[in-house]
Design a protein around this ligand. Structure first.
Ligand SMILES: Nc1ncnc2c1ncn2[C@@H]1O[C@H](COP(=O)(O)OP(=O)(O)OP(=O)(O)O)[C@@H](O)[C@H]1O
Ligand SMILES: [Mg+2]
Length: 241
């Protein structure tokens, strides 16, 4: 059975349905990419999983436990961490303080263990070491993304939801971010990755789904998506496989 199972999910904010019955599954240890054009419903899918969309129906379950209708905090405690579009690092807090916030939904963890985990994050993101005490507002886009990823990992999630981690970053930094995503999975965390950068996303993903106006247009392994003419034309920028 897959770890995260979404079936027939519909979602709306107000009047119109934004997700029209999508089904997505993410197996334990996988990186699954969710691709699609602006407004396709990628962020809404992640927000629905996290409990941030007011009107949802269908099923969403994690390890067989239903998430639908549960509070954002309860969903986080069950093992979902969401790194949102735009990173949302607190500008007035330091890098260390921002990262520590990721553990705020975990109860009863010894301070020494949290400190050890924090140090592990700095090993994963060595560029942040010299920035431990830097305030959020002083960081570059790439540094903010590293902090947001580290904060998500401090939740020790069963599944990490990443919304457009490469958005607005220079190509070299994008490559660095994707190397880290691959390393995060190698260390055992399952990842559902939303990206407009389909080329990079499919380079690290095990499987992918393409959303179009709230529906799954096509799904498959990266090679299958690469070779799908419809997908190539719309999302892969005409690059050769
Ligand atoms: N808070 C909201 N209230 C009302 N409508 C919303 C809200 N957030 C998103 N929408 C609408 O839902 C649709 C899907 O948006 P969503 O943000 O999920 O798309 P997306 O695939 O993440 O796009 P992008 O690539 O631009 O981030 C869009 O038509 C958008 O305008
Ligand atoms: Mg989005």
């Amino acid at each position: 059975m897959s770890l995260l199972e979404i079936s027939n999910l519909t979602a709306r904010y107000g009047a119109g349905e934004v997700l029209k019955g999508i089904s997505v599954s993410v197996g334990e240890g996988e990186i699954v990419a969710l691709l699609g054009a602006n407004g396709a419903g990628k962020s809404t899918t992640l927000r629905s999983i996290s409990g941030l969309v007011p009107h949802v129906s269908g099923t969403i379950s994690l390890g067989g436990v239903s998430l639908l209708g549960k509070s954002v905090e309860a969903i986080a405690r069950l093992g979902v961490a969401h790194v949102p579009e735009g990173r949302r690092v607190f500008p007035g807090l330091t890098v260390t303080e921002n990262i520590r916030l990721g553990a705020s939904n975990r109860k009863g963890v010894a301070a020494a263990d949290l400190q050890r985990e924090l140090e592990e994050k700095f090993e994963l993101f060595p560029d942040l070491v010299r920035l431990r005490h830097a305030l959020g507002w002083t960081l570059s886009g790439g540094q903010l993304q590293m902090v947001a990823l580290a904060r998500g990992l401090m939740a020790k999630p069963r599944v990490l939801l990443l919304d457009e981690p490469s958005l607005g970053l220079a190509p070299l930094i994008v490559q660095q971010v994707f190397r880290i995503i691959a390393e995060i999975r190698r260390r055992g965390t399952t990842v559902l990755l939303v990206e407009q950068n389909a080329n990079m996303a499919l380079s690290v993903a095990d499987r992918g789904y393409v959303l179009e106006t709230g529906q799954v247009l096509v799904q498959g392994k990266p090679a299958e998506l690469w070779n799908d003419p419809q997908v190539r034309a719309a999302y892969l920028g005409g690059m050769s496989a």
